[in-house]
Design a binder for this molecule. Structure first.
Ligand code: FA5
Length: 341
């Protein structure tokens, strides 16, 4: 019996040495130290032995069991240590490596410009007012002094919808009527930003979708000088104190008199180049004194009230400020362009 115990100890020890993972170790434990292990059977059979033999074998069974348990613990510890060493060796972490940069989203350059422009106007006391992008024909044209079939409607190539009388706004000017009808007879000082749509030939300076910022001031003593002074103050805040501007007479049915404001060309410094088509100036906005008919349509008595209005293109302003040569970059989603802002 004692030899059998020696054999069990020897075999179990040998098997333990080749157990290389948790699974094998577990199987070994069940086989040699579990309920139906050979060692247990000997233990159960002790009572059938005579007294002296029972003492000797019992002692030896306990010794073997204790030694196997100790060997199991040692092996378990060793395997854990080996696993730890291996993972430290193979999955080594270089804490001095620079981290991987997480790409951060940012504002689109058109929105950055729009926000900058709106900040300037709000600092100058203009309230920001939102207005709809889908308009009725009446708001986009009729109430702005362009009744049906008026030839001036052709100044804007319009996207019509399948609903008769509903269009995508071609400019932010219909917002003037919304504000006036909401505020009359109070005085007004607002800007209305937003997207406009025109069925136009796309070129380096014209898109079919672009932002505008409309401005409207209504009061009792507003003059053309107020309009010019306000727009010049705006230009200085956006382009710097040195900026040169000029006003040209123009025609819009909803203002009288009407004009356009140009900024001196950034590329040639006013000498004339391909960007400014040789003129030395770049147009950024249309403006004028609000037409009496428009004031009336907005709910104001033109004998008592007057006002000025303007509509500027933020993308055109951004092109000037950042020397962007082609407006199409704004909406082609080219990351090489967008990441520069
Ligand atoms: C108008 O849209 C008038 N509603 C502006 C106005 C408002 C005049 C109030 C008087 C009183 P115009 O079509 O010129 O005018 O456009 C105004 C500005 O929008 C232009 O100066 C330009 O900066 C911008 N803009 C016009 N068309 C485009 C286009 N296709 N792509 C990009 N920007 C444009």
């Amino acid at each position: 019996m004692l030899e059998r115990l020696d054999r069990i100890e020897k075999e179990a020890t040998r098997e333990l040495e080749v157990a290389r993972d948790d699974e094998a170790l577990q199987a070994w434990k069940v086989k040699h130290l579990g309920r139906s292990a050979e060692l247990g059977t000997i233990f159960d059979g002790l009572r059938e032995l005579d007294k002296d033999e029972r003492r000797a074998v019992g002692k030896r069974v306990n010794e073997v069991k204790t030694s196997l348990e100790a060997a199991y613990q040692a092996r378990l510890e060793r395997l854990r240590q080996e696993g730890l060493d291996r993972s430290l060796r193979e999955e080594r972490l270089d804490v001095s490596l620079p981290g991987r940069p997480l790409p951060r989203g940012r504002l689109h350059p058109a929105n950055q410009m729009l926000r900058q422009i709106l900040t300037v106007w709000s600092e100058m006391g203009f309230q920001i007012y939102r207005s709809r992008e889908v308009e009725t024909d009446d708001y986009n044209f009729g109430l702005l002094n362009m009744p049906p079939h008026h030839p001036a409607r052709d100044m804007w190539d319009t996207f019509f919808t399948t609903d008769p009388g509903v269009v995508l706004r071609t400019h932010t000017s219909p917002g003037q009527i919304h504000v006036m009808r909401e505020r009359a007879p109070e005085t007004i000082r607002v800007v209305l930003p937003g997207m406009c749509y025109r069925y136009e030939q796309i070129t380096s300076r014209a898109e079919i979708q672009f932002n505008q910022v409309e401005g409207l001031a209504v009061g009792r003593t507003i003059t053309l000088s107020d309009l010019k002074g306000t727009l010049n103050a705006f230009a200085r805040r956006i382009f710097g104190e040195q900026v040169r501007t000029r006003f040209r007479a123009d025609h819009f049915p909803f203002t009288e008199p009407s004009g356009e404001m140009d900024i001196e060309c950034f590329l040639c410094g006013g000498e004339g180049c391909s960007v400014c088509k040789g003129t030395g100036w770049l147009e950024i906005l249309g403006c004028g004194m609000v037409h009496p008919t428009v004031l009336t349509n907005g709910g104001y008595d033109p004998n008592e009230f007057n006002g000025f209005a303007f509509g500027l293109g933020p993308e055109r302003v951004a092109m000037l400020k950042h020397r962007i040569e082609d407006i199409r970059y704004f909406w082609t989603n080219d990351m090489r362009f967008l990441e520069q802002f």
